[in-house]
Structures are given as structure tokens and as C-alpha cells.
Design a protein around this ligand. Structure first.
Ligand SMILES: C[S@@+](CC[C@H](N)C(=O)[O-])C[C@H]1O[C@@H](n2cnc3c(N)ncnc32)[C@H](O)[C@@H]1O
Length: 310
């Protein structure tokens, strides 16, 4: 143990250690970890896939060089910093600008023109886009870049609010800075880099006019109060971590707050499950794009988007 009570020289230990050592976590230990996260951070582990959670706890056990799950439970209950590090590993933050570029092309060519058409026909005062599970901001900022680059004339008449929400408050602080390393840019078309970022010491910072287009809000996907009325929701690569029932709950909540013409985009390995399938019609199965269905109300005539699902 070091002076801080960590069984490791580094007070926090590296976040990830990749070596593979089989590790037993008993039900009792698992329950203690679950209660600690709930009591100290209000974080409900039950929503997450059991296997996935155990694998990630094991990662932290190894990273802190604890010799058993029991020793790790002791560390977790005595060191608040370790609670935050475990949460970081549980809520993995991998993201990129224009992640799955073809999805953003579909947004640029079909979905955003459709939403602006609806906004004009319905005489809306504005549109609201929401990135749910936005990590370091790459996803909502990608929407802002698309709008600035291709829809500036539409924006003059129809303002768009973009919001990013994540359960991890510290990642949102980083997102607000809008500063990124090159590895986050691999799918970003080069002209965006030249036009909308400044570079210093290998770090790329978004210009203020793009940063100002996105508002970040801390919130948990399982708390009903984070859901607010909107026209486009990107909920990509978040559901995969949750148990099936929780995935369906999230999708139901999204359907509830989308306007009747509203669009939802899931990650490439995510799909609609069970009863939630009846809440949406597929717009593009490849890009996992869906339009909410509302009995008795169809999309305005000029705003119909193609259904690629057949
Ligand atoms: C893999 S990232 C996906 C980022 C982005 N949507 C993308 O596709 O590139 C998953 C994000 O979901 C967030 N997340 C995990 N559990 C959450 C919860 N219960 N409520 C809100 N966000 C959550 C994580 O903190 C993480 O930033």
C-alpha cells in the first residue's frame, strides 16, 4: 500500500491494464460495489449488462494491483477517487468527429434538409438536436460543423439548438473546452480542420463560433427528467452497454419526447428491440436511422423522407 492507502505506487493506478488474469467477483462483493456506486454517486449498476460490468470491474482490480475483489471492495469504500475511476471505466468514452462518416453523410443529404423543410412548413421557431451519451463532445460538435458548413442559409431563418448530455460530469468539462488530439479526427474531412480548428502543440481547438453552438448538460439516461422535447436524437454506442429491458426503456423515453416528425439515430451495432419497434419506422437500416411514428399524424407533404428499409 502507498501513503494514500492504494496498493500501488501511482495514487490512482493506470485506468486500464490489459493483461488477462481470470478474476472471481463473488455475489457479495459485486453487491458491495453496486451499493457503493449507488450510495456515493447515485449510479445504478443494475441497468448495465452484468458480464460487461464484471469485466470492467476486473480491469480496475488489476489496475490498482489489488490481489482480490475483496481487497478492491475495501479500497473502493475507503477512497472516493477510486469510485470516480471505476465510473470512468464503466462509462467508456470512445468517440470521434464524424464517427461512421456515412451516417453523417445521410444526415447532411437527407435528414437535415427534411427537418428544415418540416420546420418551415410547421412554422417552427427553431429545431432542437440532442446527442445523448455525448462523451467528449465529438458527436454534437460534428452536428454543429455540418450545420455551419452546409446549412448557414437555413440557420438564418431557423435557429438550431444542439445539446450534449452525458452521465460523466468531468468528460463534459473537457467537451466544453473543445480541444482534441489528432486521433479524434481520423474521419473528419480535412477542410473542417482548416476552417474550424486552431492548432497548437498537436492539439486542435474548435473556434468559439462552433463551441457556442453546443450546450452541455449533465444527466443520466435513466432519469426521466433529462428527456426534453426535440427533433433529432443521436443515441449512438450507448445502448450496447445496457441490459435489453433498459435499452427498451431508453428508446421509449426518446419516442416520448421526439416531435411527431422526429428522428432517432442509433449506433451501427444497435437496433430497436421488442415493443419499441412499433414506436419507430425505419428510415435507413444501414445507418440505424428511425422516424418516430405517431398514429393519425404523418410527416408534412414536402418533408417526406425516403424509406430505405425495403
Ligand atoms: C462510447 S461513448 C459514445 C459517444 C458517442 N455517442 C459516439 O457514438 O461516438 C458512450 C457514452 O455514454 C455515456 N453513458 C454511459 N452511461 C450513461 C448513462 N447512464 N447516462 C448518460 N450517459 C451515459 C458514457 O459516459 C460515454 O460518454
Amino acid at each position: 500500500m502507498n501513503a494514500n492507502g492504494f496498493p500501488h505506487d501511482d495514487p490512482q493506478g493506470p485506468l486500464f491494464v490489459t493483461e488477462h488474469i481470470p478474476l472471481e467477483i463473488s455475489e457479495e462483493e459485486f453487491d458491495q460495489i453496486r451499493r457503493t456506486l449507488q450510495d456515493m454517486r447515485g449510479f445504478n449498476l443494475d441497468a448495465y449488462k452484468d458480464k460487461c460490468v464484471r469485466r470492467r470491474i476486473a480491469i480496475r482490480i488489476r489496475a490498482t494491483h489489488c490481489e482480490s475483489a475483496r481487497e478492491y471492495c475495501h479500497l473502493l469504500t475507503s477512497q472516493a477517487a477510486e469510485v470516480d475511476l471505476l465510473l470512468k471505466v464503466l462509462t467508456i468514452h470512445v468517440s470521434q468527429f464524424f464517427r461512421n462518416f456515412s451516417t453523417f453523410e445521410k444526415l447532411r443529404l437527407e435528414i437535415l434538409p427534411y427537418l428544415f423543410t418540416v420546420a418551415r412548413q410547421e412554422k417552427l421557431s427553431g429545431l432542437k438536436f440532442w446527442s445523448l451519451g455525448c462523451a467528449g463532445g465529438e458527436e454534437p460538435y460534428s452536428l454543429a460543423l455540418l450545420l455551419a458548413d452546409h446549412f448557414s442559409r437555413d440557420l438564418e431563418r431557423i435557429p438550431v439548438t444542439i445539446e450534449g448530455t452525458d452521465v460523466d460530469a468531468s468528460i463534459l468539462d473537457a467537451a466544453r473546452l473543445g480541444q482534441y488530439s489528432q486521433e479524434r479526427m481520423v474521419e473528419l474531412p480535412p477542410h473542417y480542420l482548416q476552417r474550424y480548428f486552431t492548432e497548437s502543440n498537436g492539439q486542435f481547438t474548435l473556434i468559439p463560433s462552433i463551441r457556442d453552438m453546443v450546450h452541455f448538460r449533465h444527466g443520466n439516461i435513466f432519469h426521466g427528467d433529462i428527456y426534453q422535447r426535440c427533433d433529432l436524437v443521436l443515441c449512438r454506442n450507448v445502448l450496447i452497454y445496457f441490459a435489453r429491458e433498459q435499452q427498451e426503456n431508453v428508446i421509449r423515453n426518446i419516442a416520448r419526447v421526439l416531435n411527431p416528425w422526429g428522428i432517432m439515430v442509433l449506433g451501427k451495432s444497435e437496433t430497436l428491440l421488442g415493443e419499441s419497434r412499433s414506436l419507430f419506422q425505419t428510415v435507413c437500416p444501414v445507418e440505424r436511422i428511425y422516424r418516430v411514428t405517431e398514429p393519425g399524424r404523418s410527416a408534412p407533404a414536402g418533408g417526406v423522407i425516403r424509406d430505405d428499409s425495403h
